[in-house]
Design a protein around this ligand. Sequence first.
Ligand SMILES: Cc1ncc(COP(=O)(O)O)c(C=O)c1O
Length: 447
Amino acid sequence: MSDKPAHMNHMPHFLATVAPITIDHAAGSWVYDTDGGKWLDFVMGIAVVNTGHCHPAVVKAVQEQAGKVSHAQMNIYRHQPILELSEKLVEILPEGMDQVMYANSGAEAVENAVKLAKQATRRPGVIAFQGAFHGRTHLTMALNDSAVHYRGHHEPLVGGIYHARYCYPYRTPASEDPTEYALEDVRRVLKAEIYGDDVAAIIVEPIQGEGGFIVPTSEFMHGLRAIADEIGACLIIDEIQAGMGRTGKWFGLEHFGVKPDIVTIAKGIASGYPLAAIAANHELWDKCLPGSMGGTYGGNGVACAAGIASIDAMRDEGMLDNATRQGEKLRAFFTGLQATYPVIGEVRGLGLMSAIECVEPGGKTPSPTAAKAFMAECIKRNLIIMGTGGALGNGVRFLPPLNISDADMDVAFGIFTDDEPALTRRSRELCELRLRIRDTRLCKRKA
Ligand SMILES: Cc1ncc(COP(=O)(O)O)c(C=O)c1O
């Protein structure tokens, strides 16, 4: 047995948590632990509870649906929420995406998207990107390229998957153009590794999530569209993390105006209820054989009701505009700190999918140590953030709810710079600690 508290001995060790707490309840941007502590949540179940914890309209929809019907396997009969949610999704999806199928998780949505592309094209290959993350199933592990622990010790992985360079402007050599540097590598894959007419799909995140919230150029996304058209492959845009309002638009791809063939959606779709969706045009779906895709739980009634309420709440309460505004504020705040704290190499993101990349001051050498220190300091002050992310382990990612208030954002700003003591029952101890962020390696002042 480990040295964990006795009541945690039945959880596997690798499920260690970022914040050392057990949650009793949560509301909006805040979670409350079983010891009476209050924490500001800048992770939200990793971009899942986009409408804030326990949004009253979502809670009401879930309660009502649970009393009506919870489940109707997709191929046996339908319930009303699955039809209504499909209608709502088609309204917000790019033009032409007129049919939706459901699954339980992001990885399962990606699995189905690739299956759809393979069936539709009758081709075996897939091109994915360095730094990508698409899930933890066997197929999606093979698509990943953001960290070895997402695929290592699991060989043999699914074959026919080739990785090309993602467009990463901050780390493109100064002598190169970020768009061309990345697209040239896709062309290299097509010259050196797989024939174009063997490629079923190019799968890409519109903003890399696990890879470190990397925003590619619009030209890169359009370049992928052009290559997919040229070789007759499907362009799958994985919106699992960037979608559902997270970037200030319903889908990340809208920032570039690029047209997908297949879109995968999960996380924020149902404010925390397990649901994922795969969207495409009916002509593509028509190429799919009956029985080849499906599953017992996809499109669960309660999760669909939560999905409907989530979309309505986001729309009615102007959450996308708030995400844009608060995201700009957050990035401006860190950009303002860059001159004083040169350890902040880059501040980037769209909407409330924002990150800083930590570097050794004076250059661009990644500093995972600084990212880790910063995360630890925030957690000490009862602000939950996700650190040490990105393919280089030096990203700190911020994912507050889309409806975060100015007041809550100010609490976070206070915690980042430690002008404000943490607002918890532990505030006295925290005040005494006064481990100012500038004392950590992250915030070492310029000499
Ligand atoms: C872009 C992207 N695709 C797929 C997934 C996998 O989703 P899930 O964890 O629900 O399987 C994730 C999860 O982080 C993701 O960020």
